[in-house]
Design a protein around this ligand. Sequence first.
Ligand SMILES: [Zn+2]
Length: 66
Amino acid sequence: MPIKPQAMQYQCRQCGWKITYAPLSDALLMEPPDTCDHCGSEELNRQPAGVIDNLLKSISTIVKRK
Ligand SMILES: [Zn+2]
């Protein structure tokens, strides 16, 4: 099984803009943001996106079982 690169989610503290940065194993198509793409603020929260994805997956699994 290939190891999935860790995706990170960035969210602006000023306006709530957010983006998920997912590095690919073979090619880097984009760079992680330093500033908000929407308002230009440098105050970005950073957290692993995988936590959220796994949570959503487990929720949808529960829904499918019903
Ligand atoms: Zn912003």
